[in-house]
Design a protein around this ligand. Structure first.
Ligand code: PMV
Length: 324
């Protein structure tokens, strides 16, 4: 039994930040993202009754320890459901090096959920696939869908209503993101640790008090194809997430000097007629949302900022799918 799936990464416009249940990866708040082409991965899962444990090869390198455990945890859910016990060989290659910190876990676990379910002969609904991906990495539940996607927080204790839904298909609005990959500084605090520390922080209350309004504004902006409404809300939302993190004790600071320089430059560029809107995840890279007409010009401007190592233009992309 062997299956291969492809999935794209996604970047959130309203962030998932904080868990209400660690084990089930249930979020404190809903989130909205854009799935992006060109930052994807391809994953093959092959069951093998002769294996004593799951094997994982990422970008040609055999992995051990925590990385394998995280993959096995998702495969265990699939096996329990399929009534199967064979272990599997998992092979995954990503379009962008995992170390670049570009939401690689989102694409990886979305592809794993799709390929794993198929390899073990499970026929799942899109919501069930999204829930499986969520158990590997929260943001992965959004990569099972393409275009603009909302991860509904849900209220059920077992997480059965915490999954993603597509809110606008990838071809319905010609937008994309320019990703500015910033020279890596010291290793950032991982998203799970960053979230945990943030939920205790003074500014986290402000985060929770305003995130519903951000979701509403971004939903409205997407429905009306109002880039300024979506973009300004995304900028404010990312800034609040990073304020919550920075107010933790000790502070969790993801921005580098280059991140701050880009964040300061983008509103100035808008005044000059170059319309882009920033967002920043749990690292120093900046993603800039823009309409098709401005993507290449924005890329050229971002590439000229000192400290930017590489730029990528990514259009809205498709959800996770089986390819064989
Ligand atoms: O799914 P995780 O654990 O990699 O966390 C993602 C956290 C952010 O990227 C900062 C926000 C988000 O919604 O993707």
């Amino acid at each position: 039994m062997k299956a291969t799936a492809r999935a794209n990464a996604n970047i959130a416009l309203v962030k998932y930040w904080g868990k209400r249940n660690e084990r089930l990866r249930l979020p404190q708040n809903g989130s909205i993202s854009l799935t992006l082409e060109g930052l994807g991965c391809e994953t093959t899962v092959e069951t093998d009754a002769a294996l004593a444990g799951d094997r994982l090869v990422l970008d040609g390198i055999g992995r051990m320890g925590r990385e394998v455990q995280r993959v096995s945890a998702v495969l265990d859910l699939i096996r329990a459901r399929a009534g199967a016990s064979e272990r599997a060989r998992v092979q995954s290659t990503s379009a962008v090096p995992v170390a670049a910190g570009l939401a690689s876990s989102a694409a990886g676990f979305a592809a794993l959920a799709v390929a794993g379910a198929a390899a073990y002969g499970l026929e799942l609904s899109p919501e069930e696939v999204s829930i499986l991906a969520r158990r590997g990495s929260g943001s992965a539940c959004r990569s099972t869908f393409g275009g603009f996607v909302e991860w509904r927080r849900g209220v059920a204790a077992d997480g059965s209503d915490s999954f993603a839904v597509e809110i606008l298909p990838s071809d319905a609005w010609k937008v994309g993101m320019v990703i500015a990959i910033v020279d890596a500084g010291p290793k950032a605090v991982g998203s799970s640790d960053g979230m945990e520390r943030s939920t205790e922080a003074p500014a986290y209350r402000h985060w929770l008090a305003t995130v519903e309004a951000d979701l509403l504004a971004v939903r409205r902006g997407i429905a009306a194809r109002d880039l300024a409404l979506v973009g300004r809300t995304a900028e404010a939302n990312a800034t609040k997430m990073h304020m919550a993190a920075a107010s933790a004790s000790p502070p969790v600071v993801y921005w580098s000097e280059t991140t701050a320089a880009i964040v300061a430059a983008i509103p100035r560029w808008r005044e000059e007629g170059l319309e882009g809107y920033f967002t920043v995840d749990a690292g120093p890279n900046v993603a800039v949302l823009a309409g098709e007409a401005d993507l290449e010009r924005l890329r050229a401007r971002l590439a000229g900022v000192p400290g930017v190592a590489r730029t990528l233009v990514c259009r809205a992309g498709a959800g996770a799918a089986l390819i064989s």
